[in-house]
Write a protein that binds this ligand. Structure first.
Ligand code: HEM
Length: 406
């Protein structure tokens, strides 16, 4: 990873190359308060070096599976100006304010500051960065391919913590968790879009007032589709998704897509059909309750395709490498836009891992097996979801979280 000074020099060069307004005097604009002068992060020893390291803070259910935070907010950010050392210092002070306000964990706050394709484009460095612009990767969807400078990801079991952070960082709130707010992300970024949502027992049923959400969603369902998602054995580890070396080492990539769900059709299926569409035909509803941390994999997806229908899990399960899933899924339910859906936030070492998994989910490789298996119909969840947008980000390690230079 390069130095921030290197980044500013590159920006100055980029401004010459692509005519970005205001870049050429960046070096001249170095101020008296560069990040280096802030001194080391006082909480560096208490917090994991990886911003994406949340798992150790999560409690477990009775089977030992991690219980994800219950409330989420992702603020999609645009830079008001090109990077300067003054802006870097403001961002770092603001992030330290957030860190200081709450314990690091789901009962306090979990967070990540991620950087998007617009940011790397500004640097003229998108091609060398760990990310690329999102692409259309299924022929059933025509999503908006979005680009942002950054994303602030917030998660907590306490929903008011999320609004407090937003109020302190982008509004006028003057204290956060009892600490005074002396730097705001809003001095450097503007909020271009929000993603909000929830995950966990009871929360989908609480949102059944939104049009299109059947009121029969069971009171204990953790997701709108009724199932638990996140068995330890179905998730990549934080180590697996960490970029081991080269550009962005120590960080990870983040994909964020917005999927709309057609829940009426889903809940009209018999329970056994919902199980075989979500998982695989060999599971019964009773089996699922017994499963613990992992699921026995029959690898019979071609056989099931020959019978006319396949499950979501049995397709994506085939994208594993070395026995491990490629994605660390941190997705959550949403009613943004007054529409039931999922914000599919996933972490992976390389965005190609996401695309490979999505390819497996598309199931086109199974279409020859039976004429009833279509792009959407009888093809796992695809009949019930529509992808509205995609965006890609890089999540740097904590010490490089401000204007990463990869
Ligand atoms: C509405 C959208 C989605 C829902 C409701 C959903 C639901 C689920 C569920 C219930 C599981 C089983 C996990 C468990 O038992 O712990 C699962 C596994 C998984 N899903 Fe999804 N999913 C959705 C979209 C996606 C997308 C868009 C992708 C990626 C392209 C994806 C990739 C995976 C992977 C990689 C696994 C684990 C596979 C393994 O065990 O190796 N899912 N999903």
């Amino acid at each position: 990873m390069g130095s921030r000074r290197g980044l500013l020099q590159r920006l100055a060069a980029a401004s010459g190359a692509v005519g970005l307004a205001g870049c050429s005097d960046l070096l001249g604009r170095r101020t008296a308060a560069p990040v280096a002068d802030l001194g080391p992060n006082p909480r560096a020893d208490d917090l994991p070096p990886r911003q994406h390291a949340w798992d150790e803070t999560l409690p477990a259910d009775s089977a030992g599976n991690p219980l994800a935070p219950r409330h989420y907010r992702v603020l999609l950010l645009d830079l008001g100006e090109d990077p300067t050392e003054a802006a870097a210092a403001t961002i770092e002070r603001a992030m330290r304010t957030i860190e200081g306000a709450y314990d690091y964990g789901p009962d306090g706050l979990l967070h990540m500051l991620a950087w998007g394709t617009t940011y790397f484009d500004r640097l003229g460095a998108l091609g060398d960065s760990p990310i690329r612009r999102p692409r259309v990767i299924s022929r059933t969807d025509d999503p908006d391919l979005l680009s942002f400078d950054a994303a602030l990801v917030l998660a907590s079991n306490v929903p008011s913590h999320l609004s407090a952070v937003e109020g302190a960082m982008f509004g006028t709130r003057s204290e956060l968790g009892g600490e005074s707010v002396d730097a705001r992300l809003g001095e450097v970024f503007s909020v271009s879009a929000h993603r909000t949502g929830f995950l966990g027992e009871g929360l989908p049923a609480d949102h059944a007032t939104v049009e299109g959400i059947p009121d029969g969603i069971p009171g204990d369902a953790p997701m709108f589709t009724g199932f638990f998602s996140g068995r330890a054995g179905t998730q990549a580890s934080e180590d697996r998704v960490t970029i081991p070396d080269g550009p962005g080492a120590g960080g990870t990539t983040m994909h964020l897509s917005h999927l709309e769900e057609s829940l009426e059709g889903w809940w009209n299926l018999a329970e056994s059909d919902r199980v075989s569409r979500m998982f695989s035909a060999e599971f019964s509803p009773e089996d699922l309750g017994e499963l613990g941390q992992s699921m026995p994999f029959a690898d019979a997806v071609r056989e099931h395709a020959g019978d006319g229908a396949v499950g979501h899990w049995e397709k994506v399960r085939r994208a594993r490498e070395g026995g491990e899933p490629l994605l660390l899924r941190r997705d959550f339910n949403t009613t943004d836009g007054q529409q039931a859906g999922v914000h599919f936030l996933s972490l992976q070492r390389d965005l190609a891992d996401f695309e490979k998994t999505r390819d497996a989910m598309n199931g086109w490789w199974l279409r020859e097996e039976h004429e009833d298996l279509k792009d959407r119909q009888n093809n796992g969840l695809l009949e019930f979801i529509t992808v509205r947008s995609r965006a890609n980000f890089y999540v740097p390690p904590r010490e490089d979280r401000v204007f990463p230079d990869v």
